[in-house]
Design a protein around this ligand. Sequence first.
Ligand code: CA
Length: 704
Amino acid sequence: MKRFAFVLAAALTLGACGENGIGSNQLLNAGDDTANWITHGRTYTEQRFSPLDQVSTDNVSELGLAWFADMDTARGQEATPLVMDGRLYLTTAWSKVKAYDAATGAPLWEYDPEVPGETAVKACCDTVNRGLAAWGESLFLGTLDGRLVKLDRETGAVQWEKVTVDQSQSYTVTGAPRIIDGKVIIGNGGAEFGVRGYVAAYDAGSGDELWRFYTVPAGTEDENSPEYLQAAAETWNMEVLASSDAIGGGGTVWDSMAYDPELDLLYFGVGNGSPWNRAYRSPGEDGTGEGDNLYLSSIVAVRPDTGEYVWHYQTTPGETWDYTATQHIVLADMEIEGQPRKVLMQAPKNGFFYVIDRETGELISGEPYVGMNWATGIDENGRPIENPETRIDQTGQPALVLPGPLGGHNWHPMAYHPGENLVYIPAFEAGMLYAPEADWKPDAARGFNVGFDLSAGDLPPDMGIRREVAGTVSGKLIAWDPVAKEARWTVEHPGPWNGGLLATGGGLVFQGNQQGEFSAYNATDGEKLWSFAAQTGVVAPPITYTVDGVQYVAVLAGWGGAFAITADGALIDDLAPVKNISRLLVFRLGADGELPAEPELAALPLDPPPSRASGETIALGGEKYARYCSVCHAPAAVGSTVLPDLRRSGTLSNAASWQAVVREGILQDRGMASFSESLSESEADAIRAYVIHRANEDKAGGLN
Ligand code: CA
């Protein structure tokens, strides 16, 4: 940062955020601006480390609730707030924005982009949003339905909005934009639904699109195409890519980005293939999966001015397990084997912790940070050494693979403590049975387009077996030493889906968890030093800031996201349902605020009509349920605390009401779109028969 020292001096004389709000000077010097939190990962390095040390290992026991604010959405909350000039700005589920006085919690304004409810069925992983970007006196928001919205930071008034995706396809935007020299960088999601991924830059002033970088070929590349896409074309079955709107290849850029101003490189992580099963996405002559399928599961470096390709590193060539490399990217400088290195670090879903030279893309090291059976290591060319039994796109046989599609680490941000030289990883241990689906056909209209039978891993109704399986799924807070290539310490969590991280100069690491605790750990040894009962699962990452010299720690609590709406119910069911009480919690030393009494979790009674359908109908319903319903309403219809438990639905006993919901879309404003293009009346009714069957099974098993 020496190069920018003169800039820092200028910024300080202008006050926290400068005369004209946030500009390049402020963003380049965000590391020194401890009062504010002006970009998603706090600085362009995305370290999520604040030097603030007023709250420290010595006094964190005196941390108390300063204020809280209840949210008006009870869906997944994944946002990192921004703080500028004593005001806190955050996004919630459904892409809403709220502004508060950061010291008192007084609400200042709110903005609702009015995302159409039926957009929810395009989202793999709940209606979440992960945050804002700031530039000038404005804030920038990506909405679930794919708009980039510019808001007046003072009032929340809309200044302009641009549609960044083809809204007729299943694109969604959940990630926080980043801003480099007045260019708003934004990606999108949808690789479970058949889209073609890209990242784009928009002019923060005019809103004009400046460049777009596609991560996978369209299938129609020729000698006039960008060179990097011509190179990618060599690694795909181009006929298949060109043949179908529903096989867009995937590779969506839905979360991580980082920027190195000295190298002038923008880094982003690329997602999984679409469909997951490579045999359908990129078959060779024998019909099994073939090709590396660039740039799936890659880390890519480009010039932020132009989007020009500079380098890539592919973590999982020929990806087929939903092994995205969209996980958090952290930049740091450190000495490795006696040499100072500028590194980029990532713990993607595939279970390897990567340390990469961020100037060249060369792999420095890659070591497993969680258990895995799909690979045994990384060879001298930087490629994983695969276990052929887990190559399901080539064997065509089911295989239990670790990590599963939720990865060894999902979207939850890590944190890096430069003093400790540790990366704190919110890690996850869970495998999945991947069962290739024979004669699978893509559906451009609706549903999970992955090429696997999603009911294959359904657990039997037996609660004993479910408890046993739940016991094999766990979460960890891992303090990873990127030089020694091993964990220095680990905290075991009872549940897998825990919060993102913050590290501070006070020697602390903050994290919420699935059990509803928000805790501070000693950054050096992992000792738990403080904990607060949040009454709800916490998955979002905390931040810290000061107002008038007082340090605050803030976290958006609330349960949701991919694990919560799918595997949570499937695994734990009535064992320990996790509540969603969506609420911003803000702490400071000496505060003694209290939350309202914890509400009871109210479940509807399990009172299904008798199951009278034929076995054939129930089987058809089960197959359609797995493809079109399970990703939101949980495998085997076991429900969750976030979305309706269909076993308890009043419409089960009324065929006409069921059709009105499933095919006519009467609940579309609440997120349940019509499936009439994908399901016939008799198929929809078969799903009803299946859910009635499942409800009766679970009632007989003792659930009520
Ligand atoms: Ca995915």
